[in-house]
Design a protein around this ligand. Structure first.
Ligand SMILES: NC(=O)c1ccc[n+]([C@@H]2O[C@H](COP(=O)([O-])OP(=O)(O)OC[C@H]3O[C@@H](n4cnc5c(N)ncnc54)[C@H](OP(=O)(O)O)[C@@H]3O)[C@@H](O)[C@H]2O)c1
Length: 335
């Protein structure tokens, strides 16, 4: 029956992950039991959240144990099935692990069928037409309650989530300011239609720059990074502003020393609602979100950006690249 390839956690990373923290291994091909199906990975998702699963500390899922495969989202094709709803040839997305073949049951976390449309490359269903788009939509509209005419600020704006947030906010008629870490990223988001792009590394006073771009204040801050950026933005929020806390990537490589945000009193001053979220906690809105994302892509209002690599064994390299802050768009590995 052949072997399955896996990427294992060889050692817990300290700071930025290194190649030796991971190991490529072979294992017996898993066999689906009654009610299960065998999936061949086609697109592996490379996500900042994985960094949190590699530390031995509580998170919203159990940490990866040493010697075990890395956990993550994956898009694959059913190649053997003992589940009537998931016949051979079905494409599925689910929270799985870095294994080129894995077994799922019908109640796997985040399990969704994917229906690839002609002319749309499969990897986009793991990006703007998949979890990335859904995360942007849920954070911006379900959590952030963004409305036409409002001012939205998003950090890590050239990244997977940020570049999608900015484009769908524009599609809904918001004004959008993107915060990025390089001139190249600033160019990318301006081309995507953001109203303003601020390179935070090139300005000594980020709060002053944002205030210039949003003189009447910010209605929604879509936070991807946490830390000093969050601290600078809270005093710039408008009355009844909303902060959708999607992630705090600025903290992940050094989670023992989180930045202490000193402006939390502004939550009271401006009656700000600040809420963290996990996309799949909002199952009731996902169909609407998916339909709008599909329509925006079809209309050319949402251009998915992807940072692609090919080959299962490239997963660790792609992850290290992502966590070093250099990437533009959604980091994915095609198998
Ligand atoms: N809540 C959910 O359900 C959910 C789902 C998916 C993702 N997320 C979160 O969303 C955020 C963005 O994820 P993504 O997948 O879209 O990643 P991404 O934005 O494509 O890539 C990461 C970007 O974050 C920025 N960054 C800032 N500080 C960093 C640091 N210390 N180290 C590395 N990068 C840093 C960099 O952009 P600049 O150079 O522009 O700063 C970098 O390019 C993360 O916090 C992630 O955990 C949450």
């Amino acid at each position: 029956m052949g072997k399955a390839k896996q990427i294992l956690l060889a050692r817990r990373p300290v700071g930025l992950p290194k190649p030796d923290d991971f190991a490529l291994a072979e294992t017996a091909m898993p066999v689906p039991g009654e009610g299960e199906f065998l999936v061949a990975m086609r697109v592996g998702s490379v996500d900042p959240a994985i960094r949190g699963f590699l530390d031995d500390r509580p998170s919203y899922i159990e940490p990866v144990a040493l010697g075990e495969p890395i956990k993550g989202m994956s898009l694959g094709e059913v190649i053997e099935s003992r589940h009537p709803d998931y016949p051979v040839g079905t494409f599925v997305r689910a929270f799985a692990h870095w294994s080129d073949h894995y077994v799922l049951s019908g109640d796997a976390w985040g399990l969704e069928k994917v229906h690839p449309q002609p002319g749309v490359e499969l990897h986009h269903y793991m990006g703007a037409l998949g979890p990335v788009g859904l995360t942007a939509w849920v954070g911006l509209f379900a959590v952030g309650e963004a409305k036409p005419g409002e001012t939205v600020v998003v950090s890590a704006a050239a990244g997977a989530t940020g570049s999608t947030v900015g484009q769908i906010a524009k599609a809904k008629g918001c004004r959008v300011i993107g915060l990025v870490g390089s001139p190249e990223k600033a160019e990318v988001i301006k081309e995507l239609g953001f109203d303003a792009a601020i390179d935070y590394r090139a300005t000594p006073d980020i709060a002053a720059e944002i205030a210039k771009a949003a003189p009447e204040g910010i209605d929604v801050y879509f936070d991807n990074v946490g830390g000093e950026m969050l601290e600078a933005i809270l005093p710039l929020m408008r009355l009844h502003g909303r902060v959708a806390v999607c992630g705090m990537i600025g903290q992940y490589n050094d989670a023992d020393h989180p930045y202490g945000v000193k402006t939390l009193w502004q939550l009271v001053v401006n009656r700000i609602k600040m809420q963290g979220f996990i996309t799949y906690d909002y199952p009731d809105v996902l169909d609407q979100a998916q339909a709008e994302l599909d329509a925006w892509v079809a209309e050319g209002k949402l251009r998915p950006l992807a940072n692609l690599r090919d080959g299962f064994e490239k997963l660790p390299e792609a992850f290290i690249d992502l966590m070093s802050g250099k990437t533009i768009g959604k980091t994915l590995v095609r198998i």
